[in-house]
Design a protein around this ligand. Sequence first.
Ligand SMILES: NC(=O)c1ccc[n+]([C@@H]2O[C@H](COP(=O)([O-])OP(=O)(O)OC[C@H]3O[C@@H](n4cnc5c(N)ncnc54)[C@H](OP(=O)(O)O)[C@@H]3O)[C@@H](O)[C@H]2O)c1
Length: 331
Amino acid sequence: MKAWLLDDFRGLEALRFADEVATPNPKGGEVLVRIAVAGLNPADRYLSEKLYPARPPFPHVLGRDGSGIVEATGEGVKNFKPGDKVALLRGDAGVERWGSLAEFVSVPAEVVVPVPEGWTMEEAAAAPLVYLTAWQALTQWEPLEAGAPVVISGISGGVGLASLHLCKAMGLSVAGLTRSEKKGAELVDNHGLDVAFNPGSATLKKQIRDFAGRRGVALYIDNVAGPLFNVVIETLGKDGRVSCVGRLAGEVPDFNTARLFFKRIRIGGVSAGDYSSSAAHAAWDHIVEYMTAFGKRPVIDSVHPFTELLAAFEQLREGPLGKVLVRVGDV
Ligand SMILES: NC(=O)c1ccc[n+]([C@@H]2O[C@H](COP(=O)([O-])OP(=O)(O)OC[C@H]3O[C@@H](n4cnc5c(N)ncnc54)[C@H](OP(=O)(O)O)[C@@H]3O)[C@@H](O)[C@H]2O)c1
């Protein structure tokens, strides 16, 4: 099979395209999936640069998200059969075992789900990791009251847009932070965002306070961290919560814990990889229900040819609007 192989931790530039890699055999309990579309995530790059906890044996195949067709099943697999359309939900694929940046991947049957009815292969490959992450960021706290103001940084990215969809389906008000005026306008016009702010604006704190009103911000979903964190935290209301998802802008400098005291602010880490298989399936069922009821589908920024993987990763690094995908095979 064709696959992108990672031979060491020198980063994405060390990836090499190989066209005579042995196709895996599904072991007992596994399904062999012929990949149609793979979804890229910043964590792929982190892993390739040794900035992620996983230390898989080399050569390794990256790729945590993907959709395709079941090619074969291992002994004991009852819930899938060859020809079924599936997506990888969560698990070790692309982390400790070979992932979706290959024509075939073999994974335990418990980590795949049927492609939701009416979704394309692209949409199915665009959703699992970012929607599970967004789901945890939203549901790790007590439910918010209808209309509660939420702020999301990195709103134009995979997790940001997934969080926006789920927030709107739950009846929450959302202010999104994006460095791009164009993307902000697009998100307001076409994706249900209530208001977009530039995180670099000198008046950001006031803009967020005006949006949130007297109640203050109820929840901050943070994909970015960096100095912005200290600005947004000052806009939180009483019992405000922060779900820390990513840190694309680096560390938070000079964080003062006194900012948490009087409003009883709580900060919680998010780890989609921490979901057990059954919890991930339960969350996924809710996500698909919400998306169906809300009439929304995952947003796709771009689909790149399999051979142009590095250009696809570059698009992801530059700041997409939705998910960056690669088409692996014509299935
Ligand atoms: N904890 C978990 O379980 C988990 C799971 C999935 C992802 N993550 C992490 O969450 C973060 C977001 O993931 P994602 O898939 O949504 O990423 P993404 O698709 O690359 O989008 C992130 C968005 O953040 C903005 N951004 C990028 N670099 C930035 C920078 N240096 N400073 C400020 N804004 C920046 C960009 O928006 P604009 O260009 O519009 O500003 C970009 O569209 C990543 O760090 C990822 O590793 C964590």
